[in-house]
Design a protein. Sequence first.
Length: 69
Amino acid sequence: MTKKRKEQFEVGESETIEDCLGRMKEKGYQPIKRIEKPIFEEKMINAQKEYVPIRQKIIFEGILVESEQ
């Protein structure tokens, strides 16, 4: 079974960035890009729909590290 050359790793809600980077390293990937996406919630403010940011989703894109043999 071959691994993908690039893979995305999402930081879980109860996980730190360090934990996610450690998980990447265990699987043999090195981070090359960090992506942050806001998560919005729809709320009624003054009888109008407003979209309020509630948290940030962090995703790391990793590239497979070639073993030196």
